[in-house]
Design a protein around this ligand. Structure first.
Ligand SMILES: [Zn+2]
Length: 138
């Protein structure tokens, strides 16, 4: 499955290669983070100077590197949201990806309009609230 990740605000492609490029902010510091485009893979490459500031459980603010818009979910403040498209399907409608902003909390949800798929070992704890139909429509 080849996924393209887009900013929900400006629609910029965020994974020109295999990595998803985001700006992370914490405690007045900012750095570039490169996330895996494979769902459920939580290996992150980041600016060591920035990552050094962040400990497990800290809440990171993610921004689009193109428009600098905040990716924080309007309905779940501990989560960030991206638009995602399966580029192998020509007619594939954009889905929403929601992932935890909490450092080292592995919880990701993929909404495709009528179902929710979860990824990450901590996702199960959120499943009840995440399966509730939300107004996220695109
Ligand atoms: Zn953007």
């Amino acid at each position: 499955m080849v996924l393209s990740y887009h900013c929900p605000k400006c629609d910029a492609l965020l994974n020109p290669n295999v990595r998803v490029v985001l700006i992370a902010r914490y405690n007045g510091e900012a750095g570039i983070v490169l996330m895996s485009s494979k769902l459920g893979d939580y290996q992150v490459i980041c600016d060591k100077g920035f990552c050094h500031e962040v400990a497990k459980g800290d809440i990171i603010e993610f921004q689009c590197p193109v428009c600098h818009g905040s990716l924080t979910s309007s309905s779940y403040e501990n989560f960030a949201e991206l638009k995602i498209i399966n580029t192998e399907k020509a007619d594939h409608a954009p889905c929403m990806l929601r992932f935890s902003r909490v450092s080292e909390e592995h919880a990701t949800f993929l909404y495709d309009g009528d179902s929710v798929k979860e990824f990450g070992e901590e996702a199960g704890g959120f499943l009840d609230e995440m399966t509730i139909e939300g107004d996220w429509g695109w």
